[in-house]
Design a protein around this ligand. Structure first.
Ligand SMILES: *[C@@H]1O[C@H](CO)[C@@H](O)[C@H](O)[C@H]1NC(C)=O
Ligand SMILES: *[C@@H]1O[C@H](CO)[C@@H](O)[C@H](O)[C@H]1NC(C)=O
Ligand SMILES: *[C@@H]1O[C@H](CO)[C@@H](O)[C@H](O)[C@H]1NC(C)=O
Ligand SMILES: *[C@@H]1O[C@H](CO)[C@@H](O)[C@H](O)[C@H]1NC(C)=O
Ligand SMILES: *[C@@H]1O[C@H](CO)[C@@H](O)[C@H](O)[C@H]1NC(C)=O
Length: 557
């Protein structure tokens, strides 16, 4: 009995330790006056695009696009209304959709097109359209191109897109009913490509993010630029009493041109794998990815925020992945294949047969070129047929450190952005900004292996869900922009100047903040030079170097 009790206690202590502590500091709305943007009768500020060169933030809301000053978003510069016609609105409502909400035009794609124009798409009363927004006049060109595959029909459906060299790569659904998921490329000079409409390729996905990773120049494999997609979908490989959701990473190669006969106008490089976000200490499995941010360093790092539909409702986690781990899975991992067991029941198992060459799903790299395959159009049928049937890898992508960076109870994390700061100790720190579905922003920094939430910022006092998060890190002053159903809010990355004493300044352990001995105030180090060595920063929270403090050794601890 006693032993049981003890082990229960130990276990409890361990479990408690595995969760992130509550933030040390919470900034309420009254303490920090954040800049907000909101226009009466305009809702769903869901798409944000930053143009750092001219200090503009573009905001896509319901039936309107705004340009605001990115240094002060409450300064509106321009606006372009893009309303559905009365006819379209009627037509949509006759199909059983709500006239006042669903049958409107929700801006879902805002991407740079060229120096003087943006590429924009909207749901347009369940008939998605795309257009060009001229930036000088801030008027739509009126192209009204068919937006299917680039923009969802339904404003409530998930979507993601990224513009790469003028081509739009998007993940969305292709039909009115939203039943046909698609990842496609729309290009002016490359061929249109899309995923096969088949369960093994995409199975009820909820898209969260897409981004490009450029291949290093003159890389030894002759590899290509790749576009990555992140989504949660219904698993085909696990049997479960009901639908089991699973987080995925998928990728395609930029110079894919589809196959000539097999996989004509389809991706020949579409491969996907499971992402693992699992806390081994307490056996928590996070199986829903809500957002991803890629820190594009020389060795890129993928940060994801996860929740769970399984045992641990009400908990969220952050897991990070190195791109090389991801690439190893795609370039060296095993594939899965479906096998029919009994009648009409398929089971997914590891493929152990001979893999055709060139390797299925690989970009046209040096290996393929050495075999005289210069384009996906002349790849052998065996390779193409194999990709068509085996888009799913058996190996999964494990997180850095084999566990989450952070697990937090009683929150639902929705979005993440990650900044990097070089602190006065010369080390570079990743600072994560993570939003919740209750209007909060958590700021977390990793010290050694230990990730802690150093601050919590109340962005929306009415607890609105944060739907979009954007980091501006190109300018001297760094900001985070957050969009919700009713407004956009702008916050600086740190509130150093609000910390009144040296001890408080040091105890926040914020890599942006240091105590300035000359000014006798807490300052943001990005705005100061430390040539006169007046700044004190100690990210382990040791405030003994503060003026008038005793060094720790005086007390012998
Ligand atoms: C931002 O712009 C608004 C509207 O022009 C103005 O009232 C406000 O003072 C500005 N805020 C700052 C910090 O400059
Ligand atoms: C940008 O694209 C638009 C629409 O195709 C075109 O009218 C405009 O001339 C282009 N601008 C530049 C700078 O290339
Ligand atoms: C590739 O093509 C070249 C030139 O046509 C030829 O000399 C070479 O033998 C070919 N290599 C293979 C592996 O087929
Ligand atoms: C969860 O958070 C809510 C507010 O965000 C709070 O009211 C509630 O007490 C918390 N529950 C637990 C178990 O911590
Ligand atoms: C749009 O905003 C309204 C008003 O806040 C909200 O009720 C609705 O859920 C939002 N719709 C979408 C698709 O985000």
């Amino acid at each position: 009995m006693a032993v049981y009790f003890l082990s229960f206690l130990v276990c409890f202590a361990l479990r408690a330790e595995a969760f992130a502590l509550e933030p040390r500091l919470t900034w309420q709305e009254s303490e920090i006056s954040l800049t907000r943007f909101q226009v009466q009768d305009v809702y769903n500020y869901s798409t944000l695009l930053l143009s750092d060169d001219n200090n503009v933030l573009y905001i896509g809301a319901r039936e309107v696009i705004f340009a605001v000053n990115s240094q002060n978003i409450s300064e509106k510069k321009q606006e372009a209304y893009w309303k559905v016609t009365e006819v379209k609105n009627e037509e949509c409502s006759r199909k059983g959709k709500s006239k006042q909400t669903e049958c409107l035009n929700y801006i879902r794609v805002l991407q740079p097109f060229n120096e003087s124009a943006l590429f924009v798409c909207g749901t347009n009363a369940f008939q998605p359209v795309c257009d060009i927004l001229e930036l000088n006049s801030f008027k739509l060109a009126g192209k009204n191109e068919d937006g299917r595959g680039r923009c969802p029909f339904d404003p409530a459906q998930s979507y993601t897109s990224v513009m790469v060299d003028g081509d739009l790569y998007s993940g969305t659904s292709f039909t009115f009913l939203g039943s046909e998921p698609i990842i496609c490329r729309n290009s002016q000079h490359l061929s249109y490509l899309r995923t096969e409409y088949a369960v093994p390729w995409l199975n009820e996905p909820r898209f969260v993010h897409a981004d490009v990773i450029r291949a290093p120049e003159n890389n030894p494999d002759g590899d290509d630029d790749k576009v990555y997609f992140f989504f949660t979908e219904v698993s085909v490989e696990y049997e479960f009493f009901n639908k089991l959701l699973i987080p995925r990473i998928a990728r395609v190669c930029k110079s894919d041109q589809g196959g000539l006969r097999t996989l004509q106008k389809k991706w020949t490089t579409f491969l996907k794998a499971r992402m693992i976000c699992h806390s081994p200490e307490n056996n928590l499995i996070f199986n829903v990815v809500n957002d991803v941010f890629i820190l594009k360093l020389r060795e890129p790092v993928i940060y994801g925020v996860f929740t769970s539909h399984l045992n641990n409702v009400g908990m969220s986690a952050v897991c990070s992945y190195s791109l090389s781990t991801v690439e190893d899975v795609f370039t060296k991992g095993k594939y899965m294949q479906s096998a029919t067991v009994e009648q009409a029941h398929t089971k997914w198992v590891q493929f152990n047969g001979e893999i055709p060459k060139p390797r299925p799903g690989a970009c046209i790299n040096n290996e393929a070129k050495a075999m005289n395959y210069t384009s996906s159009l002349n790849l052998p049928d065996k390779t193409l047929q194999f990709v068509k049937d085996h888009p799913l890898m058996d190996d999964s992508v494990a997180p850095i450190g084999k566990r989450p960076k952070l697990v937090h109870q009683n929150v639902t994390y929705t979005q993440i952005v990650v900044d990097q700061v070089t602190a006065l100790d010369g080390n570079t720190y990743d600072v994560m900004f993570i939003s919740t579905d209750k209007g909060m922003l958590h700021k977390a920094v990793s010290h050694d292996m230990d990730m802690r939430i150093i601050e919590e910022i109340v962005l929306f006092p009415d607890h609105q869900a944060i739907q979009t998060l954007l980091l501006s890190d190109k300018q001297a002053k760094r900001y985070i922009y957050a969009g919700s159903s009713t407004e956009v809010v702008q916050t600086p990355v740190a509130f150093c100047e609000k910390l009144a004493s040296c001890a408080e300044c040091i105890l926040t352990r914020d890599p942006y903040c240091a105590w300035h001995k000359g000014k006798n105030s807490c300052v943001n180090i990005l705005a100061e030079s430390n040539t006169d060595r007046l700044l004190i920063q100690s990210l382990n929270g040791d405030s003994s170097h503060c003026p008038g403090m005793f060094p720790e050794w005086v007390f012998g601890c």
